[in-house]
Design a protein around this ligand. Structure first.
Ligand code: UT7
Length: 322
């Protein structure tokens, strides 16, 4: 089996920064409630004429600006998103074309907020199998385009953004064992409306927006993430004490705190992106990791556990060394 490692990382958010005060004029809420219940202070929204593929391209350009890597021999592009510009062609094909990656195959992953982690698992498999050597994995969303601004319980949560990593075949293996899973029976707890009647027979609503049972997802996420942290550490022959950084999907700071309470993992060793960027679904993990690396907190050789969860309900994770 060929070895793999991450060699570069980049991120992008739109220019338009939205503070919690914006929601005070839309719905009955306060900055204090949003901060205390979620940790979120700001998020970024795309313009009407700015789409997910634009953020993908900007994240990859940002990656190239910060790392001396060549992209002309990238042989696969994987994009995770639930907010593609359109269903076909895929975002990965758009990125492949716009960045001139003519030697690359391209496809999208559809696993909601766990999708970036699913992408890492797939990329590792492609490289380990010896069929590919250089894979670009991007998590990107424009959730503001599917936010129900009349839903007082969710509209303040979501943001737009993208993160990208390059995984390459290497001498040493720095991508560890993985976990993947799904609880499809919880499909009605978190979904985008406007496509089909829901699994539990709720009629088709025409507007496309995120619908969630926040409390149920919260509870499931805390239990599942705590359980899978232990499973993932065990699969990598590590104890949780040996994990230098935990990068969970950033959906709510209180979910992260509850996971830390449940597992005894120190909050100071968590990298999050919820406070400054809101919940950017597929992009929360690469954005948090990118900021952790750029700020100098993450050092070469650190053991980093990445673990996503999201609509499906899905989860996936791995342990990488930067
Ligand atoms: O990647 C996607 C994954 N999604 C998630 O992980 C979502 C997980 N869930 C959550 O993050 C939280 O459940 C929410 C942030 C969505 C909601 O927080 P909560 O603490 O679960 O609130 P709640 O729904 O239990 O409501 C608590 C109270 C209620 O008032 P009463 O009944 O206690 O008087 C709500 O009416 O907060 C009230 N409330 C609000 N108050 C001010 C609900 N929304 C708001 C609001 N502003 N925007």
């Amino acid at each position: 089996m060929a070895n793999a490692r991450l060699t570069a990382i980049g991120m992008a958010v739109p220019d338009n920064r939205i503070t919690n005060e914006y929601f005070e004029s839309l719905i009955e809420t306060t900055d204090e409630w949003i901060v205390s219940r979620t940790g979120i202070r700001t998020r970024y929204y795309t313009r009407q004429d700015e789409f997910t593929s634009d953020l993908c391209v900007r994240a990859v350009q940002n990656l190239v600006e910060h790392h001396a890597v060549a992209l002309d021999d990238v042989d696969m592009v994987i994009v995770s998103t639930v907010t593609p510009d359109q269903p076909m062609p895929s975002m990965a094909c758009r990125v492949q074309h716009r960045l001139g990656l003519t030697r690359a195959g391209a496809f999208d992953v559809y696993a909601a907020c766990a999708g970036f982690s699913y992408g890492l698992v797939m990329a590792k498999g492609l490289i380990a199998g010896g069929t590919h050597r250089k894979v670009l994995i991007i998590g990107a969303e424009t959730l503001s385009k599917v936010t129900d601004f009349e839903d007082r319980t969710s509209c303040f949560l979501f943001g737009d953004g993208a993160g990208a990593v390059l995984m390459e075949a290497s001498e040493t293996n720095q991508i560890g064992a993985c976990v993947t899973g799904a609880n499809g029976e919880h499909g009605t707890d978190l979904y985008i409306s406007g496509f089909a009647p829901t699994l539990d027979g709720q009629p088709l609503k025409m507007n496309r927006c995120i619908v969630q049972n926040g409390r149920k997802v919260f509870k499931w996420a805390v239990g599942k993430m705590s359980e899978q942290m232990r499973v993932l550490a065990g699969k990598n022959n590590l104890t949780l004490d040996e994990i230098d950084w935990f990068v969970p999907h950033s959906a709510n700071l209180r979910i992260i705190d509850a996971i830390c309470n449940e597992t005894g993992f120190p909050g100071a060793k968590v990298l999050e992106s919820i406070v400054d960027y809101g919940n950017t679904s597929s992009a929360t993990i690469p954005i948090a990791l990118c900021n952790g690396i750029r700020s100098g907190r993450v050092k070469r050789g650190d053991q980093i556990m990445l673990l996503g969860f999201g609509g499906g309900l899905t989860f996936a994770g791995t342990v990488v060394q930067w």
